[in-house]
Write a protein that binds this ligand. Structure first.
Ligand code: GAF
Length: 408
């Protein structure tokens, strides 16, 4: 069972790291969560609906302004935390000049070579509402990397939240503006054409709620999600297929091609009848569209099922979502299918599916609390091999990004 370090533990760790590297205490400590998507996959960039929840797994940042023209960011961690640079046993400090947003926009993004994670930090600085100055910062995280739990959004949103503390804005931005600035950072500095789901939920989630996002109007609705007898189990396959980064933009293009063939602005506006009537010859494009259109309908039904706390219905929709992602959208892989297959057969399980962008990463399973221990054992026995073992996280719906206040 993956241990989730408490906010207090992380706070202790990030302060120690800051002290070790910079010789003083930070002025501010903030954090932002990763997320798991319950249902609504690959719908956000099609103007559709998504239903994620924030996790108790977070990225925490400590910071302090300095008299300089350089930003210094250190990451590190002990056994309970994730290393932003996998495999590196040491603390890693990266320094880069305070970016000039005008220049970066004019000349193109000047990426920091070799240190992938530092670009997320820099990208947010460039997209922050006001000009930033120099600062020191330390980062620790419990969000696993490359697991489809939005470690990137957690880092972006934590960075923005830290900047709000260090370089306050006279007229604070709205949560939507904040999330969009972080998304823009990911588009330009990580070169990932992601949708809005991950940043929105990391900014706007509230405890014990799922966040329904209408990705066309960008309106969010908090959907109550709390039951002492039901838990969300995340299983990390610990498989990361490189295909993912190149296939994601391809899926986006295929969806655009499908909506264009139906004469609509986005797949959100298309129905299964439109799809049949359009007579699209390319079977792949048709299947991609079929997934997105049916997935949007499933999100609506999932929200209805939660109104009556009908977890059986919700679970059945999750199972259908997985089948659709596997068959029509083709973003699963054998290891994930195995995890889902084992879970779906176990007693006490309502439903199980792949979560996030796909091609590896994690599954999300809705299960009776009374059955979760047996479920983890069954998954472990059926999945673990000398090459790989699963990690488990039993999660509750947590809150969005916040300032860490000692004693709260
Ligand atoms: C990734 C993206 F970042 C999200 O925007 C979303 O498209 C998701 O994949 C698939 O639902 O997490």
């Amino acid at each position: 069972l993956g241990r989730t370090a408490s906010l207090e533990e992380l706070h202790h760790e990030v302060e120690s790291l800051f002290l070790r590297e910079f010789g003083c205490k930070p002025d501010s400590v903030v954090y932002a969560p990763g997320r798991v998507n319950i249902i609504g996959e690959h719908t956000d960039y099609n103007d559709g609906f998504v239903l994620p929840m924030a996790l108790p797994l977070v990225t925490m940042m400590a910071g302090k302004r300095i008299e300089s023209n350089v930003v210094n960011v250190v990451t590190g961690g002990k056994d309970v935390t994730t290393r932003l640079t996998p495999g590196s046993p040491k603390d890693i400090c990266v320094s880069f000049p305070v970016p000039d947003p005008k220049q970066e926009r004019r000349d193109g993004a000047q990426r920091i070579p070799d240190v992938e994670w530092a670009n997320y930090v820099k990208g947010v600085l460039v997209n922050y509402k006001r000009l930033c100055g120099a600062f020191n910062s330390a980062i620790v995280s419990t969000v696993p990397l490359g697991g489809g739990l939005s470690s990137s959004a957690a880092l972006e949103v934590a960075t923005y939240t830290l900047l709000e503390q260090l370089f306050p804005i006279d007229h604070p931005v709205t949560p939507v503006e904040k999330a969009l600035a972080c998304q823009e950072a990911e588009h330009v500095y990580a070169n990932v054409p992601c949708g809005i789901m991950d940043q929105f939920v990391s900014v706007m989630a509230t405890e014990n709620h799922l966040l329904c996002i209408d990705c066309e109007s960008m309106r969010v609705t908090q959907v109550p999600f709390q039951n002492p007898h039901v838990v969300v189990l995340i299983t990390n396959s610990n498989v990361r297929h490189n295909l993912g980064s190149s296939e994601y933009p391809v899926r986006r293009q295929q969806c655009e091609a499908a909506s264009k063939a139906m004469g609509k602005r986005s797949l959100r506006l298309c129905t299964l009848e439109d799809l049949e009537a359009a007579g699209i010859e390319d079977e792949t494009i048709k299947r991609r569209a079929h997934h997105v259109i049916s997935e949007n309908a499933r999100v609506q039904q999932a929200i209805e099922s939660l109104k009556t706390t009908d977890y059986y219905r919700l679970g059945a929709l999750m199972n259908e979502s997985h089948a659709s992602l596997r068959e029509d959208f083709a973003v699963s892989c054998p290891e994930i299918d195995l995890l889902v297959d084992i879970a779906q057969r176990q007693p006490g399980v309502y439903g199980s599916r792949i979560t996030g962008g796909g091609f590896g990463g994690c599954t999300v399973t809705l299960v009776k609390r009374s059955h979760v221990d047996d479920l983890m054992k069954a998954i472990y026995d059926g999945y673990a091999s000398p090459e790989r073992r699963p990690n488990f996280y039993v999660c509750n719906a947590s809150g969005g990004a916040a300032v860490f206040n000692t004693g709260t």
